[in-house]
Design a protein around this ligand. Structure first.
Ligand code: 5GP
Ligand code: MN
Length: 316
């Protein structure tokens, strides 16, 4: 894999973006690359685009420069897609990818089908941030860039708990620590600390959960009306599907929440079963142990269908 400095040769303008409804890894990887370009290539016009980010990630350097609006007609020499498994997941930024002369994708989703010209896709990597570190010149990774990368690494690895964590993950995390980042403050901020509303809704969703398939599948969901009652948005559910997964005997956990358009976002977690396969049945994707998709319909029907689809994947 070429270093990013090589990809940037002769490039006068670059846009970058993570996936829709961005999480710590999408935001951290996009801002790490953005900061690196801003610091080292001031002559390049660089723009970072993303949907509105959850406020816990505001602390990252230049987070305030993320552009939510994506006007038509802009063209870039290079587009960099980060933590994004397919073109659709770029949302409104997809048009800049399509019109760019050169495209690069740095990603770790198993469902990624090499949709860019230059693809740096390693499904075994714990996070896109871990891969980004490897394409940057180590000597130019400042404390501010390290904060962005560390955030994505800890959030996508469940604070180095998931099976995707390797010695390379820890070695890179160690190098990031050496830049002087306040690593435990980052973990407290982006992982441990919950708002009162987030904690209440977690309790509600655990309490409402139901077991299926002899306890191998656990499902919980929340409707738009209930979300209003609890004062939460779709940004407040991080961690709920993981908590459901930590139930004895469970192989697959599913958490569903209603979106503005009436569809339900399905968030899947497993202890080894391939939930990316289940997500793919709905046109979604992700990783073996963490995947997602969307479905339209009555929630009772969606759950019934999900039980059938999970049974198929578990019984292979
Ligand atoms: P989460 O449940 O945290 O939203 O997502 C888990 C994983 O699945 C993440 O890596 C995320 O990028 C991926 N994912 C979530 N929803 C979708 C979706 O609708 N389509 C695809 N392709 N991937 C998704
Ligand atoms: Mn990721």
């Amino acid at each position: 894999m070429q270093k990013i400095d090589e990809v940037l040769k002769d490039v006068k303008s670059v846009a970058m973006s993570g996936h829709i409804r961005p999480d710590g890894d999408a935001i951290g990887s996009a801002l790490a690359v953005y900061n690196y370009i801003k610091d080292n290539y001031p002559q390049i016009k660089a723009d970072v685009y993303m949907d509105e980010i959850p406020p816990v990630y505001d602390f990252m350097h230049r987070a305030g420069e993320i552009k939510n609006d994506r006007p038509d007609g802009l063209k870039y020499d290079l587009f960099i897609a980060l933590d994004c498994g397919d073109l659709n997941r770029l949302g409104q930024s997809a048009k800049y990818f399509e019109s760019a002369q050169k495209t690069l994708c740095i990603d770790h989703h198993i469902s990624n089908k090499n949709f860019a010209q230059i693809n740096y896709i390693y499904p075994d990597a714990s996070s896109a941030c871990q891969l980004v570190y490897k394409v940057l010149d180590e000597d130019k990774v400042t404390k501010e860039i390290a904060e962005c990368l560390y955030t994505g690494m800890v959030t996508d690895s469940g604070i180095f708990q998931y099976s995707s964590t390797t010695s390379e993950t820890m070695n890179i995390a160690g190098k990031l620590m050496d830049t002087g980042i306040d690593f435990n403050a980052i973990v407290d901020r982006v992982w441990n600390l919950k708002t009162y509303a987030q904690n209440r809704v977690l309790g509600k969703c655990l309490s409402d959960s139901r077991l299926y398939l002899d306890g191998r599948l656990i499902v919980s969901y929340i409707t738009a009306e209930e979300m209003k009652k609890y004062g939460v948005t779709h940004q407040d559910f991080e961690g709920i599907s993981s908590s459901l997964r930590n139930t004895e005997g469970v192989k697959v956990a599913a958490f569903l929440n209603e979106m503005e358009d009436g569809s339900f976002k399905i968030s899947l977690r497993s202890n080894g079963a391939n939930v990316a396969e289940i997500a793919a049945l709905y046109g979604g994707g992700g990783h073996v142990r963490a995947a997602g998709a969307s479905a339209f319909g009555r929630i009772e029907d969606i759950v019934e269908n999900l039980v059938k689809n999970t049974e198929k994947v578990l019984d292979v």
